[in-house]
Every structure is written in structure tokens, then in C-alpha cells.
Write a new protein. Sequence first.
Length: 279
Amino acid sequence: MPSSPSSPQPLRIALLQSSGRPGSVAANLEALDEAAGRAADAGAALLVCSEMFLTGYAIGEDVRRLAESADGDAADAVADIAVRHGLAIVYGYPERDGADGERVFNSAQLIDSTGARLANYRKTHLFGGFEQDHFTPGEQSVVQADLGGLRVGLMICYDVEFPENVRAHALAGTDLLLVPTAQMHPFQFVAESLVPVRAFENQMYVAYVNRTGPEGEGAESFDFVGLSCLASPDGATRLRAGRGEELVVGEVDPELLRSSRETNPYLRDRRPGLYASLL
């Protein structure tokens, strides 16, 4: 059935599956600019990048050297790219705390097509020794913004593997959860199976955007598996990238979201009084 003039329109979204060039912010900004152009040409209004896209993930002590504040030079450069190509961008980066300059967070920021910084999220669940050694965990689990008629939320990688975390977003009204990630072998089942389940059980879209290929050396070496996806509230995988560098484009449909929520009773049938022990 055609949408009425007042019906929310689908949001066209692009997922950039790429590891860029670890250690080079300038090269990664160039890659982002090129990808933003392709995404805009495909009609996308939102481009989502991987975890730590701006600097690379497995960069060791360079995490501290390359970290910037949320309103630093790199954020200005991303805002310029967003404005020139007319689309919103979510990117991962190491964030230096503006208050004391000492703490570094694994963060993701949403900048809209006017260059405005709409939301900044600090990863709350740090995975493994590398992250725990180099980052401070964030303390705010639900960070949201309004974009294209949808309530979007931000999360990073390991965070989505905690069901309480995603359920908090569902209860706060998130329609589309954006998850920059650095998901590595042998945990590809997260991308293949867990993410679509999270979308179904919480009645939201989940965009999960991964790095790809080997990165780092020695104890801090990783093999990222790709398999970025856009999962919908009916449990379907609407987009699925392969294992290599790739830009995939699809739609987040508010009408599908509405109809799925109408027929799926999970959130209505909850009995929170029984779950007190979780706290």
C-alpha cells in the first residue's frame, strides 16, 4: 500500500565495512570522504563506519597519541565531509576526555548532514586485555538522537552482546541501533546469529558495522571477520556484507517497524517485577 503524505519515509542507510589504514587519521578521512560520496550517490542519508575507524583498532600505544576530544580537528573534518555529501555519519574513534585530558574512551559519534554533532557514545563494556589496558569504560548506556524521523541509538561492538544493554534502548524508544564494531574470529556467530535475535527480541533495527581482515601484531593482533549487517525487528537480515571491504546500502522502514511492534508482544508482555535479581 502506498504511504500517505504524512507517513514516515524509509531511511536509506549505508554500512561501510572497512578497516581503513590503521595509524593514519588522514588516510582514513580520505577513505571516509570517498565512501560518503558513493553512499550519497546511492541515495543514503546515513553512513555508518566501524569501531575505531578514524585511527584503526589495533594501534597499541598510539591510541593515546591519536585520541582527540569529541569536538576536535577530526570531528570538524568529518562534519565537513557530512555537509559536502549531504548525509549523516557515524564513526568510531578514540576520545580524549575534555575535562582532564588523561582518560581515553572507545567512542562513536553521530554528526548530521548540517555538520551538527548529535550524539557521542563511550563504550561501556570493554572487551579483552587490549581494550581494558587502553580505555576507560563509559558510564551512560543509552545515548540517542533523532534522525530522519527515527530515534537512533549508539552502541559499540561488545555492548550489543549484553541483552540488558539493548533492552534498555528498547525501553527508551530506540528505533534504529547503530553499532560500530571490531568483531573478530572466532566469534562470527555474533554477526550471523546474535544480532538478528537482538533486533527481534527488542523490536528495533540494528545496524552492525564491522572491520575486516588481519590487524595488529603479537598479543594485539586480530582477524576481523566482516559480515556487517542490518537486521530488522521481524528477525530478518536485510543487508549482509561479505568478508572483505564493502559498502552496502539498504532501508530502515518505519512502517515495518510499526507493524512488527503491533504483532510482537515481547515488550508488552514483560513482567519487570520478576527481574529484580538482575539489578
